[in-house]
Design a binder for this molecule. Sequence first.
Ligand SMILES: [Zn+2]
Length: 219
Amino acid sequence: MFNVIRSAPAPASLAKNKSWTAPDVIEALRRDFSDKCYICETKDPLSLNVEHFDAHQGDPLKMFDWNNLFFSCGRCNNLKRHLFNNLINCTNHAIDAFRLIKHHPPLTPFSATVIIEPSDDDPKTIETANLIRKVFNEDNTGNKAVTATYLRKRVFRRYAKLVEQMNIYESEDSLPAEKAHSLEKIRNLMSRNQEYSAFLRWAILDSPELLELVKDSMD
Ligand SMILES: [Zn+2]
């Protein structure tokens, strides 16, 4: 999960209770959520849609509330449904959603599972970890096109890029310019607007020596 800074003011279409899927709303969500699903962090323009964080159940106050609109992919939205309604709010600047859920990247592209752990025992943290674990580990979800196996391979590809740059930085035969370049690439890969940033950032949080070098990018 990644922290989202929600822009203000609310898009005009919401103020008029006109539409929560109008182009100005979609555009603002795309920008604020870095074009990613807030649950799995996949960038997939064909599947991303507007989700009501707190189910509106016909209540216009919830339907058109800018703070209640999130960007999620069809798969996560389908897995969440009404079953997970006590989740961490990643747009709440008072909490650090990223640090609340520990994401362990898959060790190989064929890993059968990834480990997702809550960092505290708050019910919201536990429920959010349960949902994210399901997203990345359960294939039997009715969605045939995108599976957890496919998602884990995509996460692994990003993680492999990070490892490649770590190896360059760490290698004895790398030139100073190559090392500096690899650190820049690491900063870019760990940016919260990149796909699967939580997995990459947690790998860096677990590496104190590297963290010391790039901690200014751990916003
Ligand atoms: Zn998703």
